[in-house]
Ligand binder design. Sequence first.
Ligand code: UT7
Length: 337
Amino acid sequence: MGFRVLGTGGCLPRRRVTNDELSQFLDTSDEWIRQRTGIAARHVCTTETLDDLATKAASEALRMAGVSPEDLDLVVCSTTSSDHLMPAEASAVSERLGARCPSFDVSAACAGFIFALDAADGWFARGRARYALVIGAERYSRILDWNDRATCVLFGDGAGAVVLGQADEGPLSLRLSTRPEVAALDVPGVTGNSPFYEGPQGPSVLSMKGREVFKFGVTSVVREIRALAKEAGMQPTDITHLVLHQANGRILDSATNALGLDPARVERTIQETGNISSACIPFALDRMVRQGRVHPGDTLAMVGFGAGLSVGSCLLRWDQLSAHVDDPQKPAAAPAD
Ligand code: UT7
């Protein structure tokens, strides 16, 4: 038993921040950010919460799928920047939606959406779910050091979601891996105010060894695309769409060149969103679906990579979704409150 995608959704906060705006308080420039990363702007929360973004993306996906929240058997959310240390972000979204099923979060940073997809796949494989909601939602604007030009220009906030339905077959291939290394990309937990704690104190903000993670990203994408294609008895060039983690446009270029792929097959949202971590893949997928660019029979490879250092990849054959999309361009309903 496996799953198929019945609906997709996505949401960005209203506030768009350009590179020029960042250069007003950081020693950076639009030219540097565009050339080194491919990012022109990102969206950041002002009044919105992560609950708002995740619920809106989920509502859109449910609406496209024609599935009501009460019919969900599972809600999984991938996030490392939740509004809550507890309960799970997935539980907060479930409360807003009116879902009554088990809900939990997955923490695998930028690879997290694929890890969450794998968890849901297990529920379908064991016959425990007819419908599942899988969300990637991130609010990195709250965990960035806004004085560090090497990291804060890279990230944004956003959410994406998919509704999955039971099907006879699962993904053509789904792979997870971790090469453990904390220091490459780390956000330490909050120190708290225990009167007994005597260890180091420090801010809970993101730090990254950019060049190391860059190389890890390129080698991971190339390896995973080759492996996914091999497991499915295909060549990388046979894959219709590549929905890759949007960490840096140069990572996408390097991987595309190394694999000899047509750049038009590699989805790009980074120029408008920056890196929205585990929301990158479902957000990009939603945009492709709503623009009518995914067709029955297409193959779709997704690769997420990042802190951990973790990598998740998945190859799907797109079959039934179009049957459920009466008007994909129709604006989504407002989030439930
Ligand atoms: O989602 C998780 C995965 N994350 C990633 O995959 C990120 C991977 N890494 C990257 O995308 C790139 O390494 C960065 C975009 C983070 C950095 O690009 P880079 O080409 O590797 O630059 P660099 O770190 O080698 O820095 C080159 C120069 C340095 O100046 P000096 O030492 O050469 O004088 C930096 O201080 O660029 C400087 N620099 C900047 N200059 C203007 C770093 N950030 C900025 C900035 N504006 N925002």
